[in-house]
Ligand binder design. Structure first.
Ligand SMILES: O=C(O)CCc1cccc(O)c1
Length: 400
């Protein structure tokens, strides 16, 4: 039987893979997405869409629908639980530089579902759930991909294979590229609740980084829920970390010793890595998103940087596929640009964000830094451009 052919086959149907699929499909490219899970799962992963990513989603015609289901969060703040000091940053301070001076809080599975519905209506796009890319072989003319479904092994033929298959990427493993970096010894616990936490915390904003040395937490509003992130010891069992006793301890840390008993909707514990693949490209096979790089979630850069990979890659693939442009210079530039930005910006910034919370705002240099940002408009705007990820895209465009 002849293998089914498409121009671009994307292994992995998370937000990164889906954004690339939709961006290419809108231009008439034949795309196929293989996603191993049986449907898009309602999980507690990334939930922040930064302003430049909103610009991209607007170009794709997705923004109005997302704004209906997401929550606008223009303000984020750093709060010191020990002194009560808060430092607020409002994205309206860069409103002259962006159409979207806010983070849109919208869980990644909702973005994925919106795109899947659009792709289903397009004759040149196919999304296959319950199908996992297992192995590939490339030659001068294309890539042959073998995938596993619950019933069979299927074979596909494609001009380009994109590994957007997450942290444990099978595509990356077959490429044999190193995944350099490190894994933090502690685990991260996330809880979510529909309890009105804001009633207890008069200082709270939509996004809150709370330092309480040696502890810290992040408190984030998403539609109908608060999400709380805390570090936990990597030596404890998952059962201990997700127990009621630990949950009550987290809320006591946040709300004080008289905290009521709060019920949670989700409890998830996960390992956190800072890693970057040594190469993002091997001829006709390219990596993006978590398959190419991992970082801690502080600042909400993971999903956004994956979507920025997708945006960059679609700009390289379209002239190749539609106009017959020479692939090598374009695809090598994708790797150069996105790897450099990943190291210099996403890795550096997320490592710094975690350190800042661990050290606490009470550290004199941190306090002085936030005071300067509060009083100096230019410094504050530069900081907001970094944290909103516009600075990383500006840097990317400068890389030849
Ligand atoms: O910094 C951010 O925007 C996200 C931090 C966060 C908060 C709650 C849960 C989670 O997984 C990450």
């Amino acid at each position: 039987m002849q293998a089914e052919h498409c121009q671009v086959l994307i292994a992995g149907g998370g937000p990164t893979g889906m954004v690339l699929a939709y961006a290419l499909a809108l231009q008439g490219v034949e795309v196929r997405v293989l996603e191993s899970t049986p449907r898009s799962l309602e999980d507690m992963r990334a939930s922040t869409i930064h302003p430049p990513t909103l610009d991209m989603l607007k170009t794709l015609g997705l923004l109005d629908e997302l704004q209906e289901i997401g929550l606008k969060a223009p303000v984020y703040q750093y709060h010191n639980r020990q002194t009560g000091a808060s430092y607020s940053f409002d994205l309206h301070d860069i409103a002259d530089l962006t159409e979207h001076p806010y983070r849109l809080q919208c869980e990644q599975f909702k973005l994925v579902r919106v795109i899947v519905e659009r792709l289903k209506a397009m004759p040149n796009a196919h999304v296959e759930f319950g199908t996992m890319a297992l192995h590939f072989e490339q030659d001068a003319d294309g890539v042959t991909v073998n995938a596993e479904t619950p019933m069979a092994i299927k074979t596909y033929r494609t001009d380009y294979l994109i590994g957007a298959d997450g942290a444990n990427s099978t595509v990356r493993k077959w490429l044999g590229t190193e995944f350099d970096g490190f894994t933090y010894p502690e685990f991260f616990l996330t809880l979510s609740t529909d309890y009105p936490i804001e009633a207890h915390l008069p200082w709270v904003a939509g996004v809150n980084y709370v330092a309480d040395p040696p502890k810290w937490c992040v408190l984030l509003r998403v539609p109908e829920l608060w999400r709380i992130l805390v570090p936990v010891s990597g030596d404890e069992s998952d059962e201990a970390v997700t127990s009621d006793a630990r949950k009550d301890e987290v809320f006591r840390q946040l709300l004080g010793p008289d905290a009521p008993t709060i019920t949670t909707k989700h409890r998830t514990v996960y390992r956190v890595h800072q890693r970057v693949a040594k190469t993002f490209r091997d001829k006709r096979v390219l990596l993006m998103g978590d398959a190419a790089h991992l970082n801690n979630p502080l600042g909400g850069f993971g999903m956004n940087s994956g979507i920025h990979d997708a945006w960059n890659l679609k700009d390289k693939l379209l002239p190749i596929l539609l106009e017959g442009a020479n692939p090598d210079p374009l695809l090598d530039r994708y790797e150069r640009q996105r790897r450099k930005v990943t190291y210099d910006f996403v890795q550096a910034q997320t490592i710094a964000n975690k350190k800042a919370l661990e050290e606490g705002l009470a550290s004199s240099s941190r306090e002085a830094h936030f005071t300067k940002l509060s009083n100096d408009r230019d410094a504050r705007r530069a900081y907001l451009l970094e944290q909103s990820m516009y600075a990383s895209l500006k840097r990317e465009a400068e890389i030849p």
